[in-house]
Design a protein around this ligand. Structure first.
Ligand SMILES: Cc1cc2nc3c(=O)[nH]c(=O)nc-3n(C[C@H](O)[C@H](O)[C@H](O)COP(=O)(O)OP(=O)(O)OC[C@H]3O[C@@H](n4cnc5c(N)ncnc54)[C@H](O)[C@@H]3O)c2cc1C
Length: 384
């Protein structure tokens, strides 16, 4: 008899898992999504490290049209006023088939959805209770329906409601006292910014990441800004005037060339990260992606780690390993610690405000980008 798998949440993690299990006839796998549809309109970008492209290639990622993605080869480190400090060759980790890739997040989601059968995702479904009996999990949904599964894979994001139900605890993420402001940019005069690569502009308590997301040269721009928020200002993050005010008080004080941002369709989110990895209460329940651990975005590895985790779990399940839970967590904890340390260090380095420390940082960066041993250790271990 086929083993039944319930995947909760159709973000990158859930969709990659669905695609991996699709070809395996020993499993019947359904994705349950709380929303009524996938968001395929969104223009924002996503960077995919080679570690995740390697895995996505197993499910046909290379088929995405060439003009819908971009392969940057350099990471430029710049001051907030656009002056370049140095650059790092990120294509050194590419292989013939897997390249560091940037694209629209919606292009990735559309690709992952199109590979699945139409009945693989059930929308408008949310778990409200879970019971374990024998080796199975009985799931009750909000709409009153129930079903039994051999495995439950939870990939419903950083605020995982399902994880709180399983663990009978209210899991709260950590607000990082910063916000992300994003814009999708077309055909602008963007001063000295390199339009063919990724650029990081570092200012005081803020940095900007800028990169092309396709061959038509549409760009993703994301500003990460340290920002303490009280309840009232939290509620104002959807208010365009408030978002503009944050920009005027921070980034725009350091770079007038970015005034065009005030005319863009800006979106703003508070930035959260996870406190710790939780071992699920039952052995046949697994947390994947942001539901397992959400990183600061300063290593651009959140989705990549979700894809890695999905692939590791898939391999352990199809190979019918004895102690899947511990095997899965053992490797995930090592990878999470590695990415987490670097994400936090990057966050600190990108946001320095002390002028002396900034000069020191810039000198060290110039040395480190050329040091193969350092780069292999700092990035190679992640992109391996
Ligand atoms: C500013 C910023 C920039 C980033 N840039 C990058 C980048 O360039 N590269 C990168 O690798 N990562 C990046 N990340 C991180 C990346 O976006 C996330 O790590 C990744 O999207 C997590 O995927 P996920 O599938 O685990 O969760 P999500 O994408 O959050 O998906 C969760 C899904 O579950 C659904 N859901 C929620 N609750 C329920 C429920 N109760 N029942 C059913 N369904 C539910 C949601 O609707 C959603 O569809 C960035 C993050 C931020 C904040």
């Amino acid at each position: 008899m086929k083993k039944k798998i319930a995947i909760i949440g159709s973000g990158v993690a859930g969709l990659v898992l669905g695609n991996l299990f699709k070809k395996n006839s020993e499993f019947e796998c359904v994705i349950y999504e709380k929303d009524t549809k996938l968001n395929l309109e969104e223009g924002f970008g996503i960077q995919l490290g080679v570690n995740s492209v390697n895995i996505l290639n197993k499910i046909g990622f290379a088929q995405i049209k060439k003009n819908e993605k971009f392969f940057p080869s350099k990471l430029n480190f710049c001051l907030m006023n656009d002056d370049k400090i140095c650059d790092l060759n990120i294509s050194q980790f590419n292989t013939n088939t897997s390249k560091y890739t940037t694209l629209k997040r919606s292009t990735l989601i559309k690709f992952l959805k199109e590979q699945l059968l139409s009945d693989s995702i059930i929308f408008n479904k949310k778990i409200n209770n879970i019971k374990k009996f024998d080796h199975k999990i009985n799931i009750s949904f909000d709409d009153g329906s129930k079903d039994d599964f051999d495995y439950l894979i939870v990939s419903d994001g950083i605020f995982s409601h399902t994880k709180s139900i399983v663990e009978k605890d209210n899991y709260k993420a950590n607000f990082n006292n910063s916000v992300a402001i994003r814009a999708f940019i077309k055909d602008k005069n963007m001063g000295k910014i390199d339009r063919d690569n990724i650029s990081i502009l570092m200012g005081s308590n803020a940095h900007i990441v800028f990169y092309p997301i396709n061959e038509q040269k549409h760009f993703n721009l994301v500003c990460i800004i340290r920002q303490k928020l009280n309840l009232n200002s939290f509620n104002r993050l959807k208010d365009l005037d408030f978002i503009k005010l944050i920009l005027k008080n921070t980034i725009l004080k350091e770079n007038n060339n970015l005034l065009y941002l005030l005319e863009e369709d800006l979106k703003c989110w508070p930035i959260y990260n996870s406190r710790k990895i939780v071992k699920p209460a039952y052995n046949n329940i697994f947390y994947v992606g942001d539901a397992l651990y959400a990183f600061l975005p300063t290593m651009a590895q959140g989705a990549a780690q979700s894809i890695e985790a999905a692939n590791e779990l898939f391999e352990l399940i199809i190979n019918d390993k004895k102690d899947i839970q511990n095997e899965y967590l053992k490797n995930r904890i090592i990878r999470t610690n590695l990415v987490n340390q670097r994400s936090k260090l990057n966050y600190f380095i990108f946001h320095l405000s002390n002028p002396f420390l900034k000069i020191l940082r810039n000198k060290i960066l110039k040395l480190f980008v050329k040091n193969k041993i350092f780069i292999n250790n700092y990035l190679g271990k992640i992109y391996k």
